[in-house]
Design a protein around this ligand. Structure first.
Ligand code: HEM
Length: 126
């Protein structure tokens, strides 16, 4: 079971050395975000004015074993030559296969929010 927190830590780690404002701008602005699970589910990369935005995680590939087909997983794994897209993050360092597997698991398990922890129950007020 992969959690969003794990996915966020991986993505944040991959770009830890980058200028995040510049990176966000290069992908079209605020809609390129993984601040929380919902932003990542809806995230898109707009790279120029003519190409339609690329969804990072197309909902049709969620929860059905098709995480491999999302742009997020495809671009972390390698370039997409036919669409002229380089491997992400541009020039690396790139995700390890274990990190990519965690992201795939999260998408294949439904790309869910993390569960909110149960409040501690007091023994006298069960
Ligand atoms: C649908 C998904 C994505 C698309 C279509 C995409 C596309 C692109 C393109 C076209 C560039 C510019 C390449 C150039 O200047 O030659 C770029 C730059 C970059 N991308 Fe992505 N990208 C995607 C996802 C990601 C993700 C998930 C990350 C990080 C984990 C990432 C990190 C970067 C970085 C760090 C740069 C360099 C930004 C800079 O110039 O400072 N991208 N991306």
């Amino acid at each position: 079971m992969a959690t969003f927190s794990e996915v966020k830590a991986i993505l944040d780690g991959l770009v830890a050395e980058r200028d995040l404002v510049r990176m966000r701008n290069k992908h079209g602005g605020a809609a390129f975000s993984w601040d929380n699970a919902e932003s990542l589910r809806n995230a898109v990369a707009k790279i120029d004015l003519v190409t339609p935005p690329y969804p990072l995680i197309d909902p049709q590939h969620v929860n059905n074993g098709q995480a491999d087909q999302t742009y997020l997983v495809r671009l972390l794994s390698g370039e997409i030559e036919e669409e002229n897209l380089p491997r992400m993050p541009l020039d690396g360092p790139y995700a390890t296969s274990t990190q990519i597997q965690t992201i795939k698991d999260w998408i294949n398990e439904g790309a869910l929010d993390d569960p909110t922890p149960e409040p501690e129950k007091c023994a006298r007020h069960p």
